[in-house]
Ligand binder design. Structure first.
Ligand SMILES: [Zn+2]
Length: 119
């Protein structure tokens, strides 16, 4: 049996960590730029990396918050796409997974899922 309380504790710790990281990135981005244009170019390149990291962090925050809401609603571990249950092994690795393995997999280049039909 899955211990939902301990999952919630893990999720809340993760949320704190992500929120702190997002605040740090925000802090870095709001630093005033250097007057030297060459320095500025380097800084804006670094900033765009930070923005990307920030996007990923914000996305993770959304997922963690959603997982906590699911826990509260009693729908934790249910795939948001196919309503199937998410494997416990997957939740152990990624406690804030909102989709099952099948639904989170990117579509294949051929558009086919599995072996081709013989008919
Ligand atoms: Zn699914």
């Amino acid at each position: 049996m899955t211990d939902l309380a301990s999952i919630k504790t893990r999720l809340k710790a993760k949320l704190r960590e992500l929120t702190a990281r997002a605040a740090e990135i925000d802090d870095d981005l709001s630093q005033p730029g250097d007057d030297d244009w060459e320095e500025q170019a380097t800084e804006s390149a670094a900033d765009s990396v930070l923005v990307k990291v920030g996007d990923v962090t914000l996305d993770e925050i959304r997922q963690v918050k959603y997982a906590i809401a699911q826990l509260d609603a009693g729908t934790y571990g249910v795939c948001t796409k196919c309503s199937g249950s998410i494997a416990k092994e997957r939740l152990a690795v990624l406690p804030y997974a909102t989709k099952c393995v099948r639904c989170s997999r990117p579509p294949t280049a051929t558009g086919r899922d599995g072996p081709p039909n013989s008919s």
